[in-house]
Design a protein around this ligand. Structure first.
Ligand code: UGA
Length: 445
């Protein structure tokens, strides 16, 4: 099939490359000319395992193209995906201006029948607006075309996105057009060969499903983080409780890991957008507001433990920090707990030496310059270098290489053998045996 993908962000690029890999001819279009030039050379501007080889191979084999020109990109396309960003506004709602602009632009240049699929995460009702804008623009040009619209959310995890796309748990298609559903069923068939995993529903139901999935996962995390705080006060080890409840198949083990807060470009933004959407519909989303509020509190957890141990004024103290990305397997630092923690430490007068296996370049480029210039934040080349003269280690992101480090080497590098483990990676008993003072999350036992 001939496909077009609007937007070469993380979702658009994974979508384009994976469809091309299945034999389709895909043109990806973006207004950012510099990005398109890099992509044409096979350079992928984001850190996503497996994506660059996929892009390079499909470029070479002529199934994947990149351009900045929309009219050229949509020529002959049977299915056009809108995968542009929906950044948060100050009030928490999702800004869908780029999605609506894409709809207008499509209406202005389409000259053949097509199916337009919204992939961006959008508030309920947005896909209907997309449909209306396309119809309006076509009729203004007196074009009589059949352009059917669908909403098809992405469920990609950063760091595992190619795998998630290639082997989806489910593919959700919201549309009232039988033609759109049939085309998307054909397009996704190679990914869902052994089991029928494509679910169809009304457009608005599908739009809500996307928010509901992320809000549910965020709720589980905030629930566990709250429970951890209670456990800590009561002399209970939340890790034992986690294993104890996870063994109930109705609960399960996933997304019940307590930690120092969820981050990334999806959970925080989508929970806030859903709260806002509810508010606009006259509903006070009390539970979701609590999920968000708990996460804000949780992002302070390590700092509060640290000041309880060292006092409010941290001037003259250096801390080693492991993990800058919002989770392992990515270099993405959006809404990362590490960034909040570094800001708090610097504000309290401390100095931070940080190490991350993937996010060093991103950290250099995105964190405030004054932190570096004032010598308050240093990026270390190695996880052990980050601990030189440190009064404590702060483990914020659970990269595998932090699981079983050389504890003797750590002890000899550090000024004090103190660990604040924001992801409960270590066994408190082992830490005691290794001679460390250990502070985890919810480990009161
Ligand atoms: C999330 C969803 O998992 C994807 O299904 C969804 O498609 C994506 O958002 C999106 O909407 O695009 P992602 O943001 O890449 O994916 O990251 P997750 O792996 O879900 O982790 C989110 C955050 O929750 C991380 O900060 C992680 O450390 C935290 N987390 C996760 C916990 O604190 N505890 C857990 O048990 C699990």
């Amino acid at each position: 099939m001939r496909l077009t993908v609007l937007g070469t962000g993380y979702v658009g690029l994974v979508t384009g490359a994976c469809f091309a890999e299945m034999g389709n001819h895909v043109t990806c279009v973006d207004r950012d000319a510099a990005k398109i030039q890099r992509l044409e050379r096979g350079e992928v501007p984001i850190y996503e395992p497996g994506l660059e080889p996929l892009v390079a191979a499909n470029l070479r084999q002529g199934r994947l193209r990149f351009t900045t020109r929309l009219a050229e990109a949509v020529a002959g396309a049977e299915v056009i995906f809108i995968a542009v960003g929906t950044p948060p506004r100050a009030d928490g709602s999702a800004d869908v201006e780029d999605v609506l602009a894409a709809a207008r632009d499509l209406g202005a240049c389409l000259d053949h029948d097509a199916v337009v699929v919204v992939k961006s995460t959008v508030p309920v009702g947005t896909t209907e607006r997309v449909e209306a804008l396309i119809t309006e623009a076509l009729s203004a040009r007196r074009e009589i075309l059949t352009v059917d619209v669908a909403f098809n959310p992405e469920f990609l995890k950063e760091g595992d996105a190619v795998n998630d796309f290639m082997r989806p748990d489910r593919v959700i298609v919201g549309s009232r057009s039988a033609r759109a559903i049939a085309l998307l069923r054909m397009l996704y068939a190679p990914f869902t060969r052994n089991h029928e995993r494509l679910l169809t529903m009304a457009v608005r139901d599908a739009e809500m499903t996307k928010y509901a999935a992320n809000a549910m996962l965020a709720t589980r995390i905030s629930f566990m983080n709250e429970l951890a705080t209670i456990c800590e006060r009561l002399g209970v080890d939340v890790e034992q409780v986690r294993v104890g409840i996870g063994s109930d198949p109705r609960i399960g083990y996933s997304f019940i890991y307590p930690g120092c807060g969820y981050g990334g470009s999806c959970f925080p933004k989508d929970v806030r957008a859903l709260i806002r959407l509810a508010q606009d519909a006259g509903v006070d989303a009390q539970l979701l507001r609590a999920v968000e509020a708990r996460n804000q509190v949780q992002k302070r957890a390590l700092f509060d433990k640290l000041t309880a141990r060292f006092g409010q004024r941290l001037a003259g103290l250096r801390f080693g920090l492991w993990g800058l990305a919002f989770k392992p397997g990515t270099d993405d630092m959006r809404e990362a707990p590490a960034v909040t923690l570094i800001a708090q430490l610097i504000e309290a007068g401390a100095t931070v030496s940080a190490f991350d296996p993937a996010a060093m370049t991103a950290a250099q480029a995105t964190l405030p310059r004054e932190w570096f210039e004032a010598g308050r934040l240093q990026l270390s080349n190695d996880q052990y270098d980050a601990l030189e003269d440190a009064s404590a280690l702060l483990l914020v992101t659970e990269w595998k290489q932090f699981r079983n480090p050389d504890f003797a080497r750590m002890r000899s590098a550090m000024r004090l053998p103190v660990i604040f483990d924001g992801r409960n990676q270590y066994d408190p008993a082992r830490m005691a045996a290794e001679g460390f003072e250990y502070h985890g999350i919810g480990r009161g036992g």
